[in-house]
Design a protein around this ligand. Structure first.
Ligand SMILES: *Cc1c(COP(=O)(O)O)cnc(C)c1O
Length: 397
C-alpha cells in the first residue's frame, strides 16, 4: 500500500529501451519536400508519404488560405449540426468521381474513417476476417465493433477461404478487411480473388487505399483501379494525408452505404467537421491528381529505377553484414528487412550521416525490423543516386 500507482511506467519504458523499441519525436524545420531540415542536418527525404509532392504545392496552400478567409479556421461543430460547409460536399463529390463510386463521406482522419466504417457495418453477432498485416486502424475498428475478428495469413486467399468455411455460417454478417497497398511492406492485396470469395460466401469487403490513392491506376484512382476491380461491390476507405497532401480520411461507395454511414458512424457523427483549410487543400489536390498524370508517371519511373539499383546492390557482399533483404514491394514503399532492430537502427543512422533520411521501422509496428524507403514524384535523379551510394557504402559508415 502507499506505493505510487504510476511507478510501473518507468519500468515499462526501461523495458522498451532494453528492446531497442523506445521512440522519440524529432521536428522537421521549415517546408516539407524532398529535402528537409532535421536534427541540425539537411536530409534527402525518403521517409514521407507525400508521394506526389503535393503537401508543399503552392496551389494547395492558396486554396487553404482562401478557405480560411472565407469560412474561418474551425468548422465549429459536427457535420450534422453546425459543421457542414458546401466545401465538404464538393470534396465528397470529387472523391466519388475519382474513385468511380456513387458517393463518398469525409472523416477527420483515415484512422477515424476505418474505425467509423467498421463499427457501423458489423457488431457482436458478426465476423471480421482481416489480413494479419492490416493497418492498426482496421484492427482497432474490429475491436471497437465487438465483432468476432480473426486474422488470415498475409495475402493468403486459401487461408481466408478456410476461415470462411469454418466460421461464416456461425455469424450474421461478414466483413473482409484489407489494405490495398500494405503500408509497411509495400506489396498489394489479391483483391480480385478476395472479391470472388466474398461473393461466394456472402461477405462485404472493405479495402484501405491509404497508400493507393493518387499513386496507382491510370486515373490515379488507386489500387482498386489498377487491379481491375472498379465498380465491384466494395467499401473503399482512404486518407487525405498521404498522396493527397492534406489531412482527413474518407469512405467511398454506393449511395446507400454512404447514407447509412452518415446515420450510423460514431466517429463521423460525434466529431467536428474537417477544417475548411484541410478540406479546400484536399479538393485542390484531387483535381491535380487527375490532371497532372506526369506526377504518377515520374513516380513509377523512379520506383522502378530504384528497385533495379537496390537489387543490384543487395547481390554485393558489402551490404550483407546488415542482413538486408528486399521485401516483395510493388509500390513507392520499398522495404529492406534486416537481421535485428539494432542492425536496422544502425543502418538508418549511417544513412542519416550520409544525408539520407530513411525510416527504421521496428516491432511492434511490424513483425520484423526494416528500412522503409518511400519514393516521391518530385525526387531528383541525384537524390536517388545519393541513396544508392549510401546503401552501397553502408558498412563503411
Ligand atoms: C496512414 C494510414 C491510415 C491512417 O490514415 P490517417 O489519415 O493518417 O489517419 C490508415 N490506413 C493505412 C493503411 C495507413 O497507412
Amino acid at each position: 500500500m502507499g506505493t505510487d500507482p504510476y511507478v510501473w511506467l518507468d519500468k515499462s519504458l526501461a523495458a522498451l529501451h532494453r528492446a531497442h523499441r523506445y521512440r522519440t519525436v524529432a521536428a522537421v524545420y521549415g517546408m516539407t519536400g524532398t529535402v528537409v531540415q532535421r536534427q541540425g542536418q539537411t536530409l534527402i527525404n525518403f521517409a514521407s508519404n507525400d508521394y506526389l509532392g503535393l503537401a508543399s504545392d503552392p496551389r494547395l496552400a492558396e486554396a487553404a488560405i482562401a478557405a480560411i478567409q472565407t469560412y474561418g479556421t474551425g468548422s465549429t461543430g459536427s457535420r450534422l449540426l453546425s459543421g457542414h460547409r458546401e466545401l465538404h460536399g464538393e470534396l465528397e463529390q470529387a472523391l466519388a468521381a475519382l474513385k468511380g463510386t456513387e458517393d463518398a463521406i469525409v472523416f477527420s482522419s483515415g484512422y477515424l474513417a476505418n474505425m467509423g466504417a467498421i463499427a457501423a457495418l458489423v457488431g457482436s453477432p458478426d465476423l471480421i476476417l482481416g489480413d494479419e498485416y492490416n493497418h492498426s486502424s482496421l484492427k482497432s475498428g474490429g475491436k471497437v465493433s465487438g465483432a468476432n475478428a480473426l486474422d488470415y495469413r498475409h495475402g493468403d486467399v486459401a487461408h481466408l477461404e478456410e476461415l470462411l468455411k469454418l466460421y461464416r455460417d456461425r455469424h450474421r454478417r461478414c466483413l473482409i478487411t484489407t489494405d490495398s497497398v500494405f503500408s509497411m511492406d509495400g506489396d498489394l492485396c489479391p483483391l480480385a480473388a478476395i472479391l470472388d470469395l466474398a461473393e461466394n460466401y456472402h461477405a462485404m469487403v472493405l479495402v484501405d487505399e491509404a497508400h493507393g490513392t493518387g499513386v496507382f491506376g491510370a486515373r490515379g484512382s488507386g489500387a482498386v483501379e489498377h487491379l481491375g476491380c472498379t465498380g465491384r461491390p466494395l467499401v473503399t476507405v482512404g486518407t487525405l494525408s498521404k498522396a493527397v497532401g492534406s489531412l482527413g480520411g474518407y469512405v467511398a461507395g454506393s449511395t446507400v452505404l454512404i447514407d447509412f454511414l452518415r446515420n450510423r458512424s460514431p466517429s463521423w457523427i460525434y466529431t467536428t467537421g474537417l477544417s475548411p483549410a484541410d478540406t479546400a487543400a484536399a479538393l485542390a489536390a484531387v483535381k491535380i491528381i487527375q490532371q497532372e498524370t506526369w506526377r504518377r508517371e515520374m513516380l513509377w519511373h523512379q520506383v522502378n529505377h530504384l528497385i533495379q539499383q537496390i537489387d543490384q546492390i543487395l547481390t554485393e557482399p558489402a551490404v550483407v553484414p546488415f542482413g538486408l533483404r528486399r521485401l516483395p514491394s510493388a509500390s513507392p514503399i520499398i522495404c529492406l528487412e534486416g537481421a535485428s532492430a539494432e542492425a536496422i537502427l544502425t543502418a538508418s543512422q549511417h544513412l542519416q550521416s550520409a544525408g539520407l533520411w530513411v525510416a527504421a521501422v521496428r516491432p511492434p509496428t511490424v513483425p520484423t525490423s526494416r528500412l522503409r524507403i518511400t519514393v516521391m514524384a518530385t525526387h531528383k535523379p541525384h537524390h536517388l543516386h545519393q541513396l544508392v551510394t549510401g546503401l552501397q557504402t553502408l558498412n563503411q559508415g
